[in-house]
Ligand binder design. Structure first.
Ligand SMILES: Nc1ncnc2c1ncn2[C@@H]1O[C@H](COP(=O)(O)O)[C@@H](O)[C@H]1OP(=O)(O)O
Ligand SMILES: [Mg+2]
Ligand SMILES: [Mg+2]
Ligand SMILES: [Mg+2]
Length: 334
């Protein structure tokens, strides 16, 4: 049933429209990279940047969500300021009926618009987006001397995150990856995965991580001794240091890693709401580093000060939590 169909549960429509809205934001992100004027500003620190792509993507996402779901509460990473200047254009997601098969569990079919809190990260992986740009303008080709990897390879760490919460819980999510398939020039770029907890997941095949290994994925740009102590405590066979919360959860979903651990207060609610909903719709688990449920009601503090631990479906989340040393848990205070 197309999500636009009358009678589709509200949550299904919000997820379905959010897929189209996130795809449109992906076009904006790619266009700004192509133009090359990123308009980079520093927020809380040099590790906390904001570009014109973050701002323009947020404007397009939030104005569309406000138009079609005016009674919901919408919270974007880049704050109120970045939504104001309107060229009058509001993206219309209703024309896109590419998404079908969104099923909503019975306990969520009657969720009202006023109950929804939508957490928006218009561009997750800003550090990687800006780094790839820096490399491009400095003429790096192939493997970048500073990074040790190809600059382009950072681009698919970027995702657009639209997370939907009801009753303080992550219930629906959309993760769009604008640079998916960048390795194949000329091919269609981008993919979008979506899910409703207790309902369906769609947009990419789900694969279990390999047996006999323990692949941990974690930050590449916001590390600390506490972050590294938590990783070591899991005794991984491999550590994949990549950017983006959405990107790392996608790795759990496509079998590239068993667990994502980030023992840092750096992530916010907009980084984890959408990934958590999609991961849990697929049978995985996402909690804070103590194993506590992350709250997503409108008045919840934006910062996830007690870190993130996410496990792929079929993994023993509790066993990972038990291995996290007490000093790491003590360092991350609510
Ligand atoms: N210290 C920090 N300052 C600002 N944002 C952070 C910090 N640590 C993590 N984040 C956000 O959490 C995401 C996941 O962290 P990491 O990429 O290091 O694994 C980042 O992409 C960034 O989101 P964003 O890029 O949307 O600002
Ligand atoms: Mg940011
Ligand atoms: Mg983010
Ligand atoms: Mg962001």
């Amino acid at each position: 049933m197309s999500v636009a169909a009358k009678g589709a549960p509200l949550l299904s429509r919000v997820v379905g429209y959010s897929v189209a809205i996130a795809n449109n934001a992906g076009n904006i992100i790619r266009d700004i990279m192509k133009k090359g004027e990123l308009g980079i500003v520093e927020k809380e620190s040099a590790q906390d940047l904001q570009t014109e792509a973050d701002r323009a993507a947020q404007r397009s996402i939030i104005t569309a969500l406000q138009k079609y779901f005016p009674k919901s509460t919408i919270i974007g990473e880049e704050g109120e300021e970045e939504v104001k200047d309107l060229s009058g254009q509001v993206f219309d997601p209703t024309a896109d009926s590419s998404v079908s098969g969104i099923t909503c569990p019975s306990h969520l079919t009657s969720v009202a618009e006023e109950e929804l809190v939508i957490w928006v990260d218009p561009l997750d992986g800003t550090a990687e987006y800006t780094q790839a740009h820096e490399c491009r303008i400095s003429g790096h080709l192939g493997v970048c001397k500073t990074l040790g990897v190809s600059c382009e390879s950072l681009l698919d760490h970027v995702t657009v995150l639209i997370g939907i919460a009801s009753g303080g819980k992550a219930v629906g999510g959309v993760i769009h990856q604008p640079y998916y398939n960048y390795q194949n020039p000329g091919s269609k770029l981008g993919r979008t995965i979506w899910g409703i907890v207790g309902g369906s997941v769609g947009g990419m095949p789900l694969t279990a991580p390999p047996d006999g290994k323990l692949i941990v994925t974690t930050t590449r740009s916001h590390s600390s001794s506490t972050v590294n102590d938590a990783i070591a405590a899991l005794s991984p066979t491999e550590v994949l240091r990549v950017g983006g919360a959405g990107h790392k959860v996608m790795m759990l979903l496509e079998g590239k890693a068993h667990v994502y651990v980030f023992a840092s207060p750096g992530c916010k609610k907009w980084d984890t709401c959408a990934p958590q909903a999609v991961l849990e719709a697929a049978g995985g688990v996402l909690s804070d580093i103590q194993g506590k449920v992350i709250p997503y009601h409108a008045s919840a503090p934006h910062r996830n000060s007690t870190g993130v631990l996410a496990s792929a479906a079929g993994q023993d989340h509790q066993a990972f939590l038990t291995k996290i040393p007490q000093h790491v848990k003590d360092n991350l205070k609510a």
